[in-house]
Design a protein around this ligand. Structure first.
Ligand SMILES: [Zn+2]
Length: 170
């Protein structure tokens, strides 16, 4: 007897088994959203361990829509609330903050002075270089400014020079 492919019918138990298997796979790979009623791939559903199949009954698209709508609804409310809270906080703590920063400066005065001195010493060369360079680049403007200053403060300068000469003599 010659065997020809496709001639023998596939036994019913095999087709039944296949159908059942496919149905099982189908339900494993797809899910119908309880909100929009669409059947989608299981990956389109958020994971939810409270469900027996491990996925939420509502698809991601519907969930996102829900969150977006809620966010839009709450955005202004939350913004206004935050603003009000911040204003109140600032109002309540305004004086204590000012007092705090004043006391802090007062208590750390020496530290600040010391820091400024150290900064100057460490950066003296750079500061001098910078002013030298500024002078080089703005020679004319500096000269004009100096001249104007001398003209405007002639009396003051004369007085200063007189005092200086007196102190030189003594
Ligand atoms: Zn949906």
């Amino acid at each position: 007897m010659e065997k020809v492919e496709g001639v023998y019918p596939i036994p019913k138990w095999i087709t039944d088994y296949h159908k059942k298997f496919m149905l099982k796979e189908r339900t494993r790979c797809f899910k119908t959203c309880s909100k929009c009623g669409e059947t989608r791939l299981i990956s389109r559903f958020p994971i939810d361990r409270r469900n027996p199949d491990g996925y939420s009954g509502i698809c991601k698209t519907c969930k996102n829509k829900y969150y977006q709508a809620r966010y839009a609804r709450d955005k202004d409310r939350i913004k206004a609330l935050n603003q009000k809270y911040q204003e109140k906080y600032r109002e309540v703590h305004k004086e204590s903050y000012q007092e705090y920063s004043r006391r802090y400066r007062e208590e750390h005065k020496e530290l600040f002075k010391d820091f400024a001195k150290k900064y100057y010493l460490r950066n003296r060369r750079a500061v001098i270089e910078r002013s030298k360079k500024y002078y080089q680049d703005h020679k004319e403007a500096v000269a004009v400014r100096k001249k104007r200053y001398r003209e405007e403060n002639r009396d003051k300068i004369r007085e200063y020079e007189r005092k200086y000469r007196l102190s030189e003599k003594s």
